[in-house]
Design a protein around this ligand. Structure first.
Ligand code: FAD
Ligand code: PYC
Length: 416
């Protein structure tokens, strides 16, 4: 296994300029590529990296309308887990988890992946039955999962309000010990640097405004920096995918919503695992700097801006303070929103389309960060071979006509 060098670690942590890939200078796009990836978020960059590494496809451009890491990959609450309900989703996220477990070494970039455990609380009898079902399903699929009672949860997170009189009484939780967090922007930078080192061009400030198709075959894209030709175009824009789909005459069953989060001022360590609660509409962990990072449920109206409504955050704060009373004295440091595409079954699309050479990876909703390496790996396979890997075959666009939906609303663990 590749080992860190002390020099490499120091270089990574100080982010020296010479350590950055060509992406940080202004790269001019070539006239033609084998593959164009639209969107330099986590998924687009991971796809480029695995295309180069696993399939030897290096004449690749990743086109980004803004800057690397400016989308949801740099806005999420960094929770990584693989405790989904259905087999198809469990296999995909567990494969991603296995990639996470070796990713800092593989990319030689400290992703600060921390398997501190993820608790999913339940607050009533029905939630308890649903959680037990998911824990059993995980174990049958070889994924670590435990069902804890109130006392066991309290032992892990002493600051939790476990009074039976609480507004949201904690009856127990599922625990995935291998779950945890990672440094989100490092994931974008790590994949960007590794893809760049293998010859991929990452081009910022280059918005795709049209998809060129001739005789049912993709021939390239229109961009704000001119036409760029390619026989394969792979979309990974994560938000407002419908606009990209409409450029190719496709209609996707996707809704785009704001999703908000915030961090508190930093305090000494008070919680050592991630705590999520669907009912409370919140998920909380503590960063290495000491900030509490708290996320909300989705805003219910559609929205494409990187902003959400105050009432959502207000509701989340009210609930969080009920569950963690000591947080009531903390001050808010920063608050932001991202924009997420959601499919009707809360599962993603990783698929070929009716247009030859055109692929879509989207609909990750509130949960695509944890999928970043796995999604990139299977998407690269699909693009390179022009056929899905068995792991992403169930996630094709066709499922919305066959009716073979994979409903993961419960395990999404974020209020929808
Ligand atoms: P992005 O980083 O959004 O990448 C897409 C890129 O495409 C963007 O940079 C965008 O600028 C670019 N783009 C768009 N249109 C064009 C165009 N026309 N031309 C060129 N470029 C274009 N998931 C988890 O698993 N765990 C979590 O804890 C978690 N928490 C979240 C909290 C919040 C507040 C939010 C907003 C999301 C959260 N998510 C979480 C979801 C996760 O962040 C997303 O599912 C995932 O990051 C999406 O994939 P991406 O990284 O490729 O997206
Ligand atoms: O999917 O685990 C998740 C998640 C946590 C916060 C937002 N999404």
């Amino acid at each position: 296994m590749k080992k860190y060098s002390l020099y490499g670690l120091i270089r990574n942590s100080f982010n020296h300029q010479e350590n950055w890939p060509r992406v940080w200078r202004s790269l001019q796009p070539k006239v033609e590529y084998d593959v164009i990836i639209v969107g330099a978020g986590g998924h687009g960059l991971a796809t480029a990296y695995y295309l180069a590494k696993e399939h030897g496809v290096t004449n690749v451009a990743v086109l980004e309308k803004g800057y690397v890491g400016g989308g949801s990959v740099g806005r999420n609450t960094t929770i990584v887990r693989s405790n989904y309900l259905w087999d198809e989703t469990s296999y995909l996220y567990e494969m991603s988890m296995k990639l996470w477990e070796g990713l800092s070494q593989e990319l030689n970039f400290n992703l600060m992946f921390s398997q501190r455990g993820v608790l999913n609380l339940f607050h009533n009898e029905q939630e308890k039955r649903d959680t037990a079902r998911r824990v059993n399903s995980n174990r049958l699929n070889g994924i670590d999962a435990e069902l804890l009672n109130t006392e066991q949860v309290k032992k892990l997170v002493p600051i939790l309000n476990t009074s039976p009189d609480a507004r949201y009484p904690v009856l127990g939780a599922s625990l995935q010990r291998r779950g945890g967090t990672a440094r989100h922007d490092a994931v974008a930078w790590g994949f960007a640097r590794a893809a760049d080192a293998r010859g991929v061009d990452i081009i910022q400030n280059c918005e795709v405004t049209g998809i060129r198709i001739e005789g049912g075959q993709v021939t390239g894209v229109d961009t704000t920096r001119g036409i760029i030709k390619a026989r394969k175009v792979a979309v990974a824009v994560a938000a407002d995918t419908s606009t990209l789909a409409s450029m190719a005459g496709l209609r996707l069953p996707i809704d785009t919503h704001p999703l908000q989060a915030l961090v508190s001022e930093p305090i000494k360590p008070v919680m050592h695992t991630v705590v999520m609660s669907n009912a409370v509409h919140a998920y909380v962990s503590q960063t290495d700097k000491g900030e509490l990072i708290i996320g909300a449920g989705i805003d219910h109206y559609n929205g494409f801006g990187m902003r959400g409504s105050y009432s959502i955050i207000e509701g989340t704060m009210e609930a969080v303070v009920d569950v963690f009373p000591i947080f009531s004295r903390l001050r808010l440091l920063r608050h932001w929103a991202g924009s997420v595409d959601i499919c009707p079954d809360a599962s993603p699309i990783i698929s070929k389309t009716h247009v030859k050479g055109l692929y879509f990876n989207c609909g990750w909703g509130t949960g695509g960060f944890k999928a970043t390496p796995g999604s990139g790996w299977v998407y690269a396979y699909t693009i390179a071979r022009d056929q899905p890997h068995p792991l992403n075959e169930p996630f094709s666009i066709e499922r919305f006509t066959t009716g073979y939906l994979i409903d993961e609303h419960g395990a999404a663990a974020v209020a929808h």
